[in-house]
Design a protein around this ligand. Structure first.
Ligand code: PEP
Ligand code: MN
Length: 326
């Protein structure tokens, strides 16, 4: 149940009273108070009725990330980026951090093409345990140095709650990958710290499962969440790795106030189809794109088949900006 109060101070008062009455899972946003476990205004007799404007009971289960709880777009500020609302955010970088020189060179190209966030994995979720697993802390150090040298934000994947402090020492934005979208202890752990989290949609996750995963992060206190569609599993994987669910972008934007970005690299899985798929996502309203890039895709340590060259990225970002403007 979401109770709309007359103003923010009435909402704060109701929140304090709910806590004093030992009500669990209660949160405030501006002039609204959300009671995630209650459905009836009679359950909260301590609320000053004269200050109640309206009561919403038919909101989605993922309450805090819903527009019923926070009607306006969430805009997330990082040291070098403003994500969400009317802003259009560009993220690029190699799949995996390979060396100090390589991540710096890829960062230079990304920045020149308009990206403000430098991505790169140092903890890699690989299908096979025998594949390259990432450089660990050494990768984080090189990645941080490149981002600092270029005045960009660093974003990197985290796979275990045990790594939050270590990864958080370096990164500006935590990335949670498709395979960990429902790793609830990881979601709670990043929810307990205050850096933004980019949450990728599970490859087979429904919209409600995706929003509930985001709610796990919010339930621990962190509402700086960026959603990313990265392609879902479908019945034909012969020509494309996944299927970019373009249609989910406006659906999510109706349901949630969080920024919705798209990753055409993992959706396509092959570089020649990344551009049209990425542009389609922007046309559908994506508030940003993430691309994997490599100067020598055939030699990339991970995901080379889908990596764009710096020139291809520059071309795609220019077209994406034009479509976003439109
Ligand atoms: C990645 O961004 O490199 C990655 C592993 O993505 P996903 O979780 O979407 O597969
Ligand atoms: Mn990848």
């Amino acid at each position: 149940m979401i109770v709309i109060m007359a103003d923010e101070s009435a909402a704060q008062k109701a929140l304090a009273e709910a806590k004093a009455n030992h009500i669990e899972h209660v949160y405030a946003s501006e002039n609204r108070v959300g009671f995630a476990g209650l459905k009836d205004i009679d359950d909260v007799p301590f609320i000053n009725e004269q200050q109640v404007v309206d009561v919403i009971t038919d909101h989605p289960g993922a309450m805090q990330v819903s527009r019923a709880f926070h009607p306006t777009d969430t805009v997330i500020q990082t040291p070098h980026s403003t994500i969400g609302g009317q802003n259009f955010s560009l993220i690029a970088g190699p799949d995996a951090i390979e060396s100090a020189e390589h991540v710096l060179a890829m960062g230079q190209a990304a920045k020149a093409a308009g990206a403000t966030i430098l991505r790169g994995g140092s903890y890699k979720p690989r299908t096979s345990p025998y594949s390259f697993q990432g450089l660990g802390e050494q990768g984080l150090i090189w990645h941080r140095a490149a981002a600092d040298a270029l005045g960009m934000d660093m974003m990197t994947e985290i796979m275990s709650p045990a790594d939050v402090d270590l990864v958080g020492k370096y990164t500006d934005i935590f990335q949670i990958g498709t395979r960990n979208m429902q790793n609830f202890s990881l979601l709670k752990a990043v929810g307990r710290q205050n850096k933004p989290v980019l949450l990728k949609r599970g490859m087979s996750a429904t919209v409600d499962e995706f929003l509930s995963a985001a709610e796990y992060i919010a339930s621990e206190g962190n509402r700086q969440i960026i959603l990313m569609e990265r392609g879902i599993r479908s019945f034909d994987q012969k020509y494309l790795r996944n299927t970019m669910d373009v249609s989910v972008i406006p659906v999510l934007q109706k349901l949630t106030h969080l920024p919705v970005l798209a990753d055409p690299s993992h959706a396509a899985g092959v570089s020649e189809h990344v551009t049209p798929i990425g542009l389609a996502a922007v046309a559908a309203g994506a508030q940003g794109l993430m691309l994997e890039i490599h100067d020598q895709p055939a030699k990339a340590w991970v995901d080379g088949k889908q990596a764009l060259t710096p020139d291809q990225m520059t071309n795609l970002f220019a077209k994406a900006n034009a479509i976003h403007e439109l």
